[in-house]
Design a protein around this ligand. Sequence first.
Ligand SMILES: [Zn+2]
Length: 220
Amino acid sequence: MSASVRIVLLGAPGSGKGTQAALLKEMYGIAHISTGDILRQEMADETALGQKAAVHMKEGTLVPDGVILEMMESRLLSPEARRGWLLDGFPRTLTQAEGLASLMEGIGQKLDAGVILNVNPEIVVQRLSGRRVCESCQSVTNVGEMRPSAVCPLCGGALIMRPDDEPQVVRKRIAVFEDQTRKVFDYFRANYDVVDVDASRSIIEVTEALRRALDRYDHP
Ligand SMILES: [Zn+2]
């Protein structure tokens, strides 16, 4: 518990990004800053920025980068982020990456590394193909080791496969992600330290690889 890091976590759908983010937050005692969570929080609190974002969500247009960056600034400076932070879901575009760079410069903070969770699409397809959601209680189960007739272990409800988890949809989502974020990856490689981790391995192995790679960014 000596390290303190500031990182951006980048990972394709099915890379286990959310799981690893939670584990890293715990391991280093840093703030987990997720764009989706920030937007939901600001809208629920009906802040000025939240109301701006809500208008865009209602109209189905993208929340402007400036609004997201403003929300992010207060998170990066919050007491929870004193020991460091982990950005999750941001930046997604080159413009956002550049916006983040100038935000950090403005508040005198420095990114330690961009962390890229690399996946083999076929392994993700395999991983997600056993995932089912309960129609009644919405809990997620993996049926990999269950009989085909298995029902929800919590409530006995029917288990359904989410359309997002269908193999052809998973392959498509990964391809779209890679296409959209290629420029962001290139930007990070050109401007920051980048830690590449093979996220096709087990959760524990990936966490251990991340810990080994990140422990050297130790600042008091
Ligand atoms: Zn259930």
